[in-house]
Design a protein around this ligand. Structure first.
Ligand code: ARG
Length: 565
């Protein structure tokens, strides 16, 4: 926002458009260098003057106005210092406006986000958890930037594992158990299958036969398959609800069963398929990649072709302008190959497909998937976090109403933020004790800062003052710490756009940490609730702006903001 305001201010004095100005303006990292700076170098040629003299002349012009801005020069740089007493209120008005943080940049563009996408009958791995949270945050951020967003759960609901599962269920299954605990029971069957298959190889044949039946549409087998899928989904849905994640579409891999043939036909028509060891592949040497396997030697389809059909569907039926795949880094080559094959198929939009990879997540130093015998039950991790949060609340504020609900919000928030605070490609070593703390770079720290501001606003009767419809006096929000808060609050929209450009939710996470730190510095600076009503109102207005942005930002990350903690 500051860049925008500065551009508006400078435009009358320089021969370039406001828009160009806005993109050239820099926000110096240290306040001593100004609140905003404009490098005059690129204008030297058109204006036939040295950058210094452009900077100096413009500084004089700005200093001659009474806009509440002081201009200085440093070489070819024009450095601007805003008078907080004048500009504080302008920023505040914008931040408090209903449409702040709701941009139009993506207008008319649809982004389809592939997220979560766990495999039925296999454990919901931690990779799927990261995909769920990163995908959800990205979906929110894109929405805030004005895009239309379709969140798709590309459920792994097809494949040979179903043959194994059905075979195992037929031998050792128990319907009641499966209904009660579908994931655990599926897993038990799956594990038992593999154990037994070691001494009894016939089982593999049995499984193949079941999968064949499934593929040919045998009624009873299909019924069993549906049952497995539906029961697992119910359990996933419980976790999704706790995480506050929803999908626009749940289209599993099976949805594409009848859509792959068209892709094979197209590849054939374009003579792109080549035989290799009995299998059909698309060669990608010229792109420096190994061949993409399309059909196995027995003619069965595999993962890549499903993704080709999926991408085509998303483009053509869902109207995607941008296709994001939030999937672990270990699938990088797979997506490079799929996108490359799309390119070879003449689908120019393959350039709008992006794999959004992320690193591994460990739980207290251990790979999450190895805990408790190969699996982490997400529910349990969330329960553990919520229980810890409840302990903290019991110690800090035993009188609190809705303790359980608040603890749930904090526990889940802690996990989500631990995932989103660092750049997604880095691996995460999740430490519950640390993540749940109210200090440090944690979700609860942000949630607590928010709740603390709300309590302050209640005590200071901020709403009553605000209801008068009169702006706070600038002089009461002009301390350096207050100004730092307002300046940071003014960068929210830029952060949203940066998060979109980089497909990086951590941009919002880091930004919110900065804002919370600014606020806490401001809070510790001195008494906010004073005898003087106008002074209190001025000071609280700055706090209210921080609260508003904190709340909106946390919502973008998918983290709830309890009003009292
Ligand atoms: N189910 C897959 C897995 O767990 C992830 C699917 C990702 N999405 C996709 N379109 N391939 O590995």
């Amino acid at each position: 926002m500051l860049a925008q305001l500065t551009a508006c201010l400078l435009a009358p004095h320089l021969p370039i458009s406001e828009k160009e100005l806005a993109s050239a303006i820099e926000i110096p990292p240290r306040p001593e260098l100004g609140d905003a700076a404009f490098p005059c170098f690129t204008l030297a040629k058109t204006m036939r003057q040295s950058p210094q003299s452009i900077a100096e002349r413009t500084a004089d012009a700005v200093n001659g106005t009474d806009e509440g801005v002081r201009a200085e020069t440093a070489g070819g740089y024009l450095n601007l210092f805003f008078d907080p007493a004048v500009w504080g209120n302008r920023i505040l008005t914008r931040v408090m406006a209903g449409d702040y943080g709701r941009l139009q940049d993506g207008q008319g563009r649809r982004v389809v986000i592939d997220m979560s996408s766990p495999n039925i009958a296999k454990p919901f791995g931690i990779g799927h958890l990261r995909s769920t949270m990163i995908g959800n945050a990205l979906a929110n951020v894109y929405q805030a930037a004005g895009y239309r967003v379709t969140r798709v759960n590309h459920l792994g609901d097809w494949g040979t594992q179903f043959g194994k599962l059905i075979a195992a269920y037929r031998r050792w299954g128990d319907r009641a158990l499966l209904e009660a605990e579908p994931i655990r029971e599926s897993l038990r069957l799956y594990v038992k299958f593999h154990e037994e298959a070691e001494s009894n190889p016939e089982l593999e044949d049995e499984a193949r036969e079941w999968f064949r039946k499934l593929e040919t549409g045998d009624g009873e087998t299909r019924g069993l398959w549906r049952f497995f899928v539906d029961e697992s989904l119910k359990e996933f849905d419980r976790v999704y609800a706790r995480l506050g994640v929803r999908f626009d579409l749940v289209l599993g891999e099976s949805f594409y069963n009848d859509k792959m043939e068209a892709v094979v036909d197209r590849l054939t028509e374009l003579s792109l398929l080549e035989e290799s060891d009995g299998a059909q592949v698309v060669r990608l040497e010229e792109l420096g990649m190994p061949p993409c396997l399309i059909l196995k030697s027995d003619g069965t389809t595999i993962y890549p072709i499903r993704d080709l059909a999926t991408a085509v569907y998303r483009k053509k039926q869902l109207g995607a302008d941008l296709l994001l795949y939030v999937v672990g880094a270990e699938q990088t080559l797979h997506f490079q190959q799929v996108f490359a094959v799309l390119g070879k198929m003449g689908e120019a939009w393959h350039a709008d497909c992006r794999h959004v990879p992320f690193g591994l997540m460990k739980f207290e130093g251990k790979k999450m998937s190895t805990r408790r015998g190969k699996v982490v039950f997400l529910d349990e991790v969330l329960d553990e976090a919520a229980a810890k949060a409840l302990q903290v609340i019991e110690a800090k504020n035993p009188e609190l109403e809705n303790k359980r609900e608040t603890a749930e919000a904090i526990g889940v928030g802690a996990i989500v933020f631990a995932d989103l605070r660092n750049r997604r490609q880095l691996s995460v070593d999740f430490q519950l004790e640390e993540a749940i703390g109210f200090e440090g770079e944690t979700g609860p720290y942000l949630q607590y800062t928010y709740a603390r501001i709300l309590s302050l606003l209640r005590k200071g009767k901020y709403e009553e003052f605000a209801a008068r419809g009169k702006a706070a006096e600038g002089r009461h929000m002009s301390s350096p710490a207050a100004w730092a808060c307002l300046k940071t609050a003014s960068r929210f929209e830029e952060s949203i756009l940066q998060a979109v450009r980089e497909n990086e939710p951590s941009v919002i996470g880091r930004y919110l940490l900065e804002l919370a730190k600014d606020f806490n510095r401001y809070y510790n600076e001195g008494k906010m609730l004073t005898e003087d009503g106008e002074e209190t109102f001025g000071k609280l207005s700055v706090a209210a702006a921080c609260a508003k942005v904190l709340k909106q930002g946390l919502q973008l990350l998918g983290i709830r903001t309890p009003e009292r903690i």
